[in-house]
Design a protein around this ligand. Structure first.
Ligand SMILES: *Cc1c(COP(=O)(O)O)cnc(C)c1O
Length: 513
């Protein structure tokens, strides 16, 4: 059976899959990684094309040899990838022409790629904790604590709402998410959910949540007074990463089946990157045998990863966060990069710990020449300015008829710049309707700083989406369209400090039920 080690070498006795996903993060701040990354033959990968998506996912999970019986994996996947997705293919590949192919990851209930993992992880989490409770090894509940730049929050709420023995509290940067994202989160149903606006930017919010996780006194108090332990649904959880590996293998199989690539022909994969989870999943798909040559890392004006991949220096000591039209990539510290560094150093936990310690103290680290060479053999990176992003939305629509959201537009633009001779699979991470105002700007030749015309600005996010859909012959996903009439449940604004996060959680847990 596969077991899970951590990137900083603090876990003496490796964990099982279910233990790793319930813990979320390793003691000492390291991230869990599978001891063995399985390999699939080209035949096995291509054979996925004949299966429904849920069975593709089950196959990949079984290859990892986890501590969940095959029948149970199949049953959980059948719930995770069902009619909660608005396309029966779940993650279809759409050709754009000119060797570019879009992997649409936004067909889930919240219209963002986070659903791919967050329709899956909570089910495995509930399964794992039920088993522990039945075995008498678990006598408390869990609280999922989430910092979100917009998409994770809603997808996590949707995944965990209504589940037993687990609550979820989400913190998003006040004023830092789109109108549709805001409505999605603040109208969330379920008795076990809470949503808070936190003063500050996403990095403040994420740092405070991370500190709350690390605050021993706070954790003791939660357990003593409320019988809950914290867990994470952020993309540092291995249970988030594994479902993302599935769709890259699935997409390759589909491309072969559609005749877009020859069986075994190499492709490049281009991913709009924030916390480095999605692109890391493509890396693991490559390690599992998918014929992926290069990974193209696309960033917005928060281009710390572009610089890192091009120079080997990760430096946020003198960087301010920029607000961009692609807010889910407005991130300075990309947590999942730690796993990639672990792999690039042949799993040298001591070296990774050293870099992470430097990042925490002086906000900068530099990798050695060998690690940089390995990084650059795998990755190429570039970034897109705010204005180029919006111009790209208009240009892509004009040239291909495809309406891309700002995150996807960043990736398409970078794919066009960095591509070689190989076909490129571009990850499309959100439906455009989550970001209507900037999509409208892009379609009408405005820059991100331009105000919307009065008649457009007067529309609600949903009304604007409907107008864009009519003009472009596309549709607004049903889940977003329904937000127009959904009652708002959460309005609280709190301090984005660790204190603010902790006291909000405590008073919510102490509420009358
Ligand atoms: C989360 C998100 C990203 C970034 O993905 P990472 O795995 O954090 O790199 C990109 N686009 C959208 C729309 C997202 O929601």
């Amino acid at each position: 059976m596969n077991r899970f080690i951590d990137t900083r070498g603090n876990v003496r006795e490796p964990l099982t899959f279910t233990e790793a996903i319930v813990k979320g993060i390793a003691p000492g701040g390291g991230l869990f990684v599978a001891e063995r990354i399985p390999r699939l033959s080209l035949d096995e990968i291509c054979a996925l094309a004949a299966l429904p998506y849920r069975e593709r996912a089950a196959r990949v999970y079984q290859a990892f040899d986890i501590d969940v019986p095959a029948d149970d994996v199949a049953a959980l996947m059948a719930q995770a990838y069902a009619d909660n997705f608005d396309d029966p293919r779940v993650a279809p590949v759409v050709p754009l022409g000119d060797g570019l192919h879009v992997l649409e990851l936004f067909h889930g209930p919240t219209s963002a790629f986070k659903d791919m993992a967050l329709q899956c992880l909570p089910r495995f989490f509930e399964y794992a904790t039920d088993a522990m409770r039945a075995a008498g090894t678990l006598d408390h509940d869990h609280l999922i604590l989430v910092a979100t730049s917009g998409d994770t929050g809603k997808a996590a709420l949707e995944g965990f709402a209504g589940r037993a023995h687990v609550g979820i509290a989400v913190f998003y940067p006040d004023g830092g998410v789109s109108d549709v994202q805001l409505r999605q989160m603040t109208t969330q149903r379920g008795d076990n959910v809470a949503v808070f606006a936190a003063r500050g930017d996403f990095d403040d919010c994420q740092t405070s949540v991370k500190r709350a996780f690390a605050d021993a006194a706070f954790n003791e108090r939660l357990l003593a007074e409320h019988h809950v332990a914290l867990s994470s649904a952020n993309s540092i959880n291995w249970g988030r990463l594994m479902p993302q590996i599935v769709y890259y293998l699935s997409a390759y199989a589909d491309m072969v089946a559609a005749g877009s690539v020859r069986r075994g022909q190499e492709i490049d994969v281009c991913v709009p990157t924030g916390n480095f989870g999605n692109i890391l999943a493509a890396y693991y798909a490559r390690q599992m045998g998918a014929p992926i040559a290069r990974l193209l890392c696309a960033s917005n004006e928060n281009n710390v990863l572009t610089d890192f991949i091009n120079t080997g220096v990760y430096d946020v000591s003198d960087r301010a966060l920029h607000l961009t039209p692609s807010p889910s990539m407005d991130i300075l510290v990309s947590s999942n990069l730690e796993r990639q560094l672990f792999e690039l150093t042949d799993r040298d936990a001591a070296r990774v710990s050293g870099w992470m310690a430097q990042l925490a103290t002086v906000r900068r680290f530099e990798v050695d020449a060998q690690t940089l060479a390995r990084l650059q053999a795998l990755y190429a990176a570039d970034y897109v300015t705010n204005d180029d992003c919006l111009a790209a939305i208009g240009a892509i629509y004009e040239q291909t008829g495809y309406l891309a959201d700002p995150h996807t537009a960043v990736a398409i633009q970078v794919a066009r710049r960095l591509r070689g001779d190989r076909p490129v699979l571009v990850a499309s991470t959100a439906h455009w309707a989550k970001f209507g105002p900037n999509v409208w700007r892009g379609l009408h030749g405005l820059t991100s700083a331009d105000p919307l015309p009065d008649d457009v600005a007067a529309l609600s996010g949903i009304e604007l989406d409907r107008r864009i859909a009519r003009a472009t012959g596309t549709t607004v996903p049903a889940g977003i369209d329904a937000l127009a009439d959904a009652p708002r449940r959460f309005t609280t604004v709190v301090d984005g400090t660790t204190e603010g996060v902790e006291s909000s959680v405590l008073s919510w847990l102490a509420r009358e039920r």
